[in-house]
Design a protein around this ligand. Structure first.
Ligand SMILES: [Zn+2]
Length: 227
């Protein structure tokens, strides 16, 4: 068991990115009695203007169920426009993240890879890196980027590719990730789409077995500050 409790912030653009990217790692932090906060940047409505109240309620329920499956009690949703975060100023996004960091004082931050196909992912990454400038006294010591299937691997070949170097053994926590994924059933697609349960499990198996684990989540290191 962990003798030093860590404070972990997860910054996701959309509800489901947190589970796809680091759901089992979140469950592992919670099992280690770390303090975990998850923030969602978009309202999940904007790109689907005809979404009804029922759809909106269904999305809220899915998010709540996913958080419960992972054991997260501290989470917050912002309302930046879904798939249109490029229509608001980067500064306004950075300020919200800075505010959360100032209050929560995380030592570890998980967020998006900076070269995903999805524009909200790229902007969220940029905002996180800006909010985490390594100035004296800043709480954040470790920044890790996660991969999101059907975005990270879909970027053009000319963009830098995701190169994970930080591997978390999630063998024990895969069932929790699966349960959380099932609450986002609406966001999943039929195999062989890359956002299918089969492909998500295949990636976890590949990341795991490539490093001697049954299942893993893999991260690209953006920064680690060692004292
Ligand atoms: Zn997303």
């Amino acid at each position: 068991m962990n003798n030093k409790q860590q404070r972990v912030l997860v910054v996701a653009a959309h509800a489901d990115d947190e589970v796809l990217g680091c759901g089992a790692t979140i469950a592992k932090h919670i099992a280690n009695q770390d303090k975990v906060k998850v923030i969602f940047m978009t309202d999940g409505v904007g790109a689907r203007d005809n979404s009804s109240v029922q759809e909106s309620q269904a999305r809220t329920l899915a998010l709540t169920n996913a958080m419960t499956a992972l054991g997260v009690t501290d989470y917050q949703c912002f309302d930046f426009p879904d798939n249109q975060m490029d229509t608001v100023s980067l500064l306004s996004i950075v300020k919200e993240i800075e505010q959360v960091i100032a209050e929560f004082q995380p030592s570890i931050v998980y967020s998006h890879f900076g070269h995903d196909l999805n524009i909200d992912h790229r902007i969220t990454h940029q905002a996180v890196m800006t909010a985490c400038r390594p100035i004296k006294g800043h709480s954040v010591k470790k920044i890790l980027s996660f991969e999101v299937l059907s975005s990270t691997e879909w970027q053009s070949a000319s963009a830098p590719s995701f190169k994970p170097q930080y591997i978390v053994n999630i063998s024990q926590f895969w069932p929790q990730k699966l349960q959380a994924l099932q609450s986002y059933q609406q966001e999943l697609r039929a195999f062989p789409h890359s956002r299918s349960l089969e492909c998500i499990e295949a990636l976890a198996t590949l990341r795991g077995a490539s490093h001697g684990f049954e299942k893993a989540e893999a991260f690209q290191v953006e920064r680690i500050l060692a004292q």
